[in-house]
Ligand binder design. Structure first.
Ligand SMILES: *Cc1c(COP(=O)(O)O)cnc(C)c1O
Length: 236
């Protein structure tokens, strides 16, 4: 896979992000690019970092923590921002609270309380998005839209956390109209919660296959893996 240039891919993704913002009449600074580096090596993360990428998303705690140490050993002066975007087991909350700047996948009060209690006092509060099961799939993680406000109000008062917004992984669809509908529902849910006094400013939505509709519907963080690092090899 050495023919893939991460730097070229990043340029293409950034150009697509810019074009989507332009089409949507949005300022490109409003949309952050999160490079999803699950299954990628520390060397690949470094290649992206050298091409100017600052924020990285990971799904598996142990893989992520090992990778952070490996990146640090290779480039001790490099300061990257790590986001946890995978399912959260309660026995992994301490490692998440100690090693990440953001968590996008909080969907239970119990997990939020542990993250808040375990966030080290010398770090700023952990930025948190609530994961919403926007397509209502039985197999998906995420809180139901109808339960989101009550959960957010409980999480907003936890001292170790800063509740920032909502995240969703809508049911995969080739239908652009359906993609728009799911992302619009997430934005409208956030607007409803803001009208209830919650100071939310982040919508984590859009992946390699649906970045454009997500940006059109108001995404502020797109989570892009395949389009930057190539097809994932889970065998490694
Ligand atoms: C893997 C993953 C991504 C990246 O998906 P791509 O299709 O490779 O861009 C984004 N968000 C979550 C939650 C993921 O697990």
């Amino acid at each position: 896979m050495s023919s893939i240039s991460i730097s070229d891919n990043l340029q293409t993704v950034r150009a697509g992000l810019l074009a989507a913002c332009c089409t949507a009449g949005r300022a490109p600074e409003q949309v952050a690019l999160l490079a999803v580096s699950k299954t990628c090596s520390a060397e690949q993360v470094l290649q992206a970092a050298r091409a100017g990428q600052h924020a990285f998303g990971e799904n598996y705690v142990q893989e992520a923590v090992d990778k952070m140490a490996a990146v640090h050993a290779l480039a001790p002066d490099l300061a990257l921002e790590w986001h946890f975007i995978g399912p959260i087991q309660s026995n992994k909350t301490r490692q998440i609270a100690e090693n990440f700047a953001w968590v996008h996948s909080v969907d239970r009060e119990k997990i939020a309380i542990r993250l808040s209690e375990q966030r080290p006092g010398d770090l700023p509060p952990l930025n948190v998005c609530l994961q919403i099961n926007i397509s209502g799939e039985a197999s998906k993680s995420g809180v139901a839209p109808s339960d989101a406000l009550a959960l957010a109000q409980k999480i907003a008062v936890l001292p170790g956390l800063q509740l920032r917004g909502l995240m969703a992984v809508p049911e995969a669809s080739d239908d652009v109209f359906e993609q728009h509908v799911a992302f619009r529902q997430l934005r409208q849910l956030m607007e409803m919660m803001r009208s209830q006094g919650l100071p939310l400013d982040s919508l984590s939505m859009g992946m390699s296959a649906d970045m454009q509709p997500a940006i059109a519907e108001g995404s502020t963080i797109v989570r892009i893996g395949t389009a930057i690092f190539g097809k994932r090899d889970y065998a490694k």
